[in-house]
Design a protein around this ligand. Structure first.
Ligand SMILES: [Zn+2]
Length: 383
């Protein structure tokens, strides 16, 4: 995610916030301090409104984080790792490193977030009642009620049965459980996601046309839901086509490697022109893979520096690796490939065995489809 501000590791998972979160927190503080509180308890000093407003905004942000952490904790309990949590303008995204193994796990992981939001809403409402009962003041009561209301909305909105919302995952789990087919569950959830995205866009347009500024939020949410549902559908189609295909069947065996001790200039002049590859594992002198680089990245280096810089000094760390027998679809869940710089390095006993690029994935998907339609053809001609 571009513009990601790291917030450290929570429960061992790296958490980051997009800059838009800061904007959202500021907007919440502003809305609470400038309109919610003055309306409920008029005539207090401006500074008091703002102090309470900032506290409410931070508490709201914390409840978003609690929602995401709930997904993480339940995912881990079901053996599903979490790569990282990203908080952004409209909430958060937990990136899982593998798919939930069963419909039950899928359901529980998905429902944990909205359940947490609902619990926070009930808790905050309870605090409001308690504060009111002991005569604790209108400001505190209003703040607690506001948090109860927004967390309630968060719980309900997230339960709309449309990908990528939590409710979409619940729908996926339900269809998967009913039909025994995860792929059908994914289709149902992403279809609903597209429908819901268009609905939000239409509502946004209607609001903007009638002069309601809030329509902009609806447009933003609609665009987000539509894009995310589309991306999820694409992944689902790829995973469905690949099935259990192992990495070895899709990889490029014995790829050219970039010797880390060579200069960038030497590599670009002598090796790059004679191999048909754009991405390279970088190896140390004794053949141990130490990183990854691409033609695109090496040529970004200013020409004067290419003569004095070694390839190992400018390569990226080796983070995307896989074993030859892992299912490719699972690896892709863990490592999203962006072209033309990304690659999965296939390792065996710590040595480079092959490479998988985005193009190799496309090829594997197309071949899998060709194979599927070929066998349909076969049964046609037999019958
Ligand atoms: Zn959620």
């Amino acid at each position: 995610m571009k513009g990601r501000i790291p917030l450290g590791r929570w429960a061992g998972v790296p958490v980051g916030a997009h800059w838009s979160v800061l904007l959202a927190v500021a907007l919440v503080a502003q809305a609470v301090a400038a309109s919610v509180l003055p309306a409920a308890a008029p005539g207090r000093p401006l500074a008091v409104y703002w102090v309470v407003g900032v506290v409410v905004a931070v508490a709201f942000f914390a409840s978003l984080a609690a929602h995401e952490l709930a997904h993480t904790v339940v995912a881990r309990r079901h053996g599903v790792g979490v790569r990282r949590i990203d908080l952004w303008l409209l909430g958060g995204v937990s990136q899982l490193t593998s798919r939930p193994p069963t419909p039950r796990a899928d359901f529980l992981i998905s429902v944990a977030g909205p359940a947490t939001s609902a619990a926070v809403a009930v808790g905050a409402a309870g605090v409001a009642v308690l504060v009111d009962a002991v005569g604790g003041g209108v400001l505190a009561t209003t703040a607690a009620l506001w948090l109860a209301f927004t967390n309630g909305v968060l719980a309900v909105f997230n339960l709309v049965p449309a990908a990528p919302l939590d409710g979409g995952r619940v729908l996926r789990a339900a269809v998967w459980w009913r039909t025994g087919s995860r792929a059908r569950g994914e289709r149902a959830a992403t279809d609903a996601g597209r429908g819901f995205g268009f609905l939000l866009l239409a509502a946004g347009v209607a609001l903007v046309v009638t002069g309601a500024a809030a329509g902009v939020w609806w447009l933003l949410m609609g665009a987000f839901v539509l894009a995310a549902a589309g991306a999820e559908r694409q992944y689902a189609v790829v995973r469905e086509a690949l099935g259990e295909l192992p990495v070895r069947d899709a990889m490029r065996p014995d790829p050219a490697v970039a010797p880390g001790w060579w200069t960038v200039q030497g590599f670009l002049e002598r090796r790059a022109p004679v191999v048909r590859q754009r991405v390279f594992p970088v190896v140390s002198f004794d053949g141990v893979p130490v990183g990854v680089t691409s033609l695109a990245e090496l040529t970004e280096l200013p020409e004067q520096q290419r003569l004095t810089t070694r390839v190992a000094d400018v390569c990226r760390p080796l983070t995307a690796t896989a074993g030859p027998d892992e299912p490719l679809a699972e690896v892709l869940t863990r490592v999203p490939l962006a072209r033309p710089r990304d690659v999965v390095v296939v390792l065996r006993d710590g040595r480079v065995l092959g490479l998988v690029t985005a193009e190799d994935v496309d090829r594997a998907v197309e071949l899998a489809r060709a194979g599927a339609s070929a066998s349909t053809q076969d049964s046609w001609s037999r019958s």
